[in-house]
Unconditional design. Structure first.
Length: 351
């Protein structure tokens, strides 16, 4: 495969995760934009074996050798940074959410079309081993007709972020739990079951007035109901993530158990996981292992995600998944959930 040069902008926690993931992608050569944190950029570059560092985003974009740009800046800046990269002729991987408004997302998609470049968004669950296995099992009829998916994403983020990551506390900058957090699950449910026809949600507000704990229910095609509970309001080191899919002939259950603290220091240190993280239970049977991890799923999924991006850039091929259009749909669902929280209404045809 042809080697490609990928530029990374935004070197906070998630940016560093992206950067480390490229180390496992042999056909990608990573470079960094120093931006507002030149010392952090140099430190990270050294950890990565001396990756080139550009003094500014402008300098990185001006290099014709850079074919793709991986954007990990705060959420409210996504439109600006994505549009600049597209106008410079670069393909783009942007961290989720694509944007905080559908207007911004539409502008980004229009710019990608004008530029003849692709925009892929970091919906990492599409590369998560347990989620991929779940999709395959459902498609193979392992649980019969799917009826319901119920998930949770409960984290102590408001306690775990300070300093340069403090923007996450402001929903005007991050989108809050309704957008920044539950978008993972809403996109996953669409990937599994299709675009919902109705959304209803209820939420609890944190002291700053933001909806920081949300329950969302969606009606998917084929009579499938999707439910997710997402929260930034947990305390301590809470990191509780998982889902259960119920069908007419069985169920699939996933529980995320990292072997070390993950982003923002959340999660607890534990021995390497030897038990299955994904199980299938058929009618009258006992749980069977669908997937037993040999390493943490998060870094593995991130590596697969950036490898997919680099492969698309190398082959000059549009992404097969996590497209800008799909990401815009997930954002529209989050916005519909927020509207439902605020008004109490059921939002129909949200996309």
């Amino acid at each position: 495969m042809r080697e490609v040069k990928i530029g990374l902008v935004g070197i906070g926690e998630i940016g560093e995760v992206h950067a480390r993931a490229y180390a496992g992608v042999p056909h990608a050569r990573l470079c960094l934009a120093a931006g507002t944190r030149p010392e952090k950029a140099k430190e990270l570059a050294a950890k990565l074996g001396g990756a080139p560092v550009y003094e500014s985003y402008e300098a990185l974009l001006a290099d014709p050798g850079v074919e793709g740009v991986d954007i990990c800046v705060p959420n409210h800046l996504h439109r600006e940074f994505v549009v600049r990269a597209l106008r410079a002729g670069k393909h783009v991987l942007c961290e989720k959410p694509i944007a905080l408004t559908c207007e911004d997302a539409d502008a980004m998609l229009q710019e990608a079309e004008r530029a003849g470049r692709f925009l892929v968004v970091g919906h990492v669950l599409r590369f998560w081993p347990e989620c991929v296995k779940t999709r395959e099992a459902i498609a193979a009829g392992a649980i019969g007709q799917p009826l319901l998916i119920s998930g949770r994403r409960l984290v102590a983020l408001l306690e775990g972020t300070t300093g340069a990551e403090g923007w996450r506390h402001d929903p005007e900058l991050s989108g809050g739990a309704v957008i920044d957090l539950q978008i993972h699950d809403l996109d996953l449910y669409c990937w599994l079951f299709g675009t919902p026809t109705a959304v209803v949600a209820r939420g609890a507000r944190s002291e700053d007035g933001a909806i920081s704990h949300v329950f969302t229910v969606m009606d998917h095609p084929g009579g499938v109901t999707g439910f997710v509970e997402a929260s930034f309001m947990m305390k301590g080191k809470m990191l509780d993530i998982g889902f259960r899919v119920l069908g007419t002939k069985g169920s699939i259950e996933y529980r995320f158990s990292p072997s070390a603290p993950m982003l923002h220091g959340l999660g607890t240190q534990a021995a390497a996981q030897a038990e299955p993280s994904l199980t299938l239970t058929e009618t009258g049977g006992i749980p069977q292992a669908l997937y037993t991890p040999e390493e943490d799923s998060f870094p593995l999924a991130m590596q697969r995600q950036v490898a997919h991006f680099a492969e698309c850039v190398s082959a000059k091929r549009a992404p097969a998944t996590a497209t800008g259009e799909e990401s815009r749909r997930a954002l529209a669902l989050c916005i519909a959930a927020r509207r439902s929280c605020e008004t109490g209404e059921v939002v129909r045809n949200p996309c």
